[in-house]
Design a protein around this ligand. Structure first.
Ligand SMILES: [Zn+2]
Length: 252
């Protein structure tokens, strides 16, 4: 079950408020309203149970909070390193998703991601599922915390989405530059070159699939299927290079 707290869920909700004219009042004949008897106030119903209140209150429910997420516009100064003029998506089309995630420490945390506004609801729905499964995520911070360095963010095992950068080994924009791709637990789910090499030493033991370990994404597992249900594709299915951390809306 997904609980989304109040926020800017849809693009329309983020725009200027539109004022809807009030419908014309249907004027009832004065005589009709005047003759309508006002019902007497109903008496206070008796309390359902005669059992006295117990002296000790019911213990407060324990356990982790339910998943919650907000989607809001993102301020330019939050994207100091990850966005610049010339990027393929304007800042106004990006959204900051603030949501709970389950940590490797077996505790709930609050993380932040920036995605395209047309991807935000998918991300909230999918991460709501991951949280309900207690599927662990190591860290979820904007890549700006790492001064926009994809390498540093990956080295820190940070889950992130928007970053205005070219695709790895290419001069064309990555889907991350559109906010339509996300990298999850990049240490446990490394980018593996076609020769089998992994750029991050701390990720080498995760270079093959399947791997049974927390936060690992394996072929056709529930994480892959949750993204697929929303129409996102997994980089672990690419031929040649494998990008086990990567999901994108376009498949690229
Ligand atoms: Zn990626």
């Amino acid at each position: 079950m997904l609980a989304v707290s109040a926020g800017c869920l849809f693009a329309a909700a983020c725009g200027p408020a539109t004022s809807h004219p009030a419908p014309p009042a249907t004027a009832a004949p004065a005589s009709a309203t005047a003759s309508s008897p006002v019902p007497p106030p109903s008496p206070t119903p008796p309390t359902g149970s005669a059992t006295p209140e117990p002296a000790t209150a019911t213990p407060a429910p324990t356990g982790p909070p339910k998943f919650s997420a907000t989607i809001s516009r993102v301020a330019r100064d939050r994207l100091k390193y990850s966005w610049r003029p010339g990027c393929p998506v304007p800042v106004r089309d990006l959204r900051l998703v603030t949501m709970t995630y389950w940590g490797f420490d077996d505790k709930p945390h609050t993380g932040e991601l920036v995605v395209h506004r047309d991807a935000a609801q998918d991300i909230v729905s999918i991460f709501g599922r991951l949280y309900d499964w207690r599927w662990p995520i190591h860290k979820m911070e904007l890549v700006d915390v790492y001064k926009g360095s994809d390498f540093e963010s990956i080295d820190a095992d940070n889950t992130s989405a928007f970053n205005c950068r070219p695709a790895t080994g290419s001069s064309s924009w990555s889907q991350h530059a559109y906010g339509r791709a996300i990298d999850i637990n990049p240490r446990e789910n490394p980018y593996v070159s076609s020769d089998g090499s992994v750029a991050h030493a701390n990720a080498r033991k995760f270079a093959r699939r399947p791997v049974k370990a927390p936060g690992v994404i394996n072929p056709d597992d529930r994480v892959v299927r949750a993204f697929e249900r929303a129409g996102w594709e997994w980089g672990g299915y690419w031929s040649g290079i494998k990008d086990y951390q990567h999901f994108s809306k376009s498949g690229g």
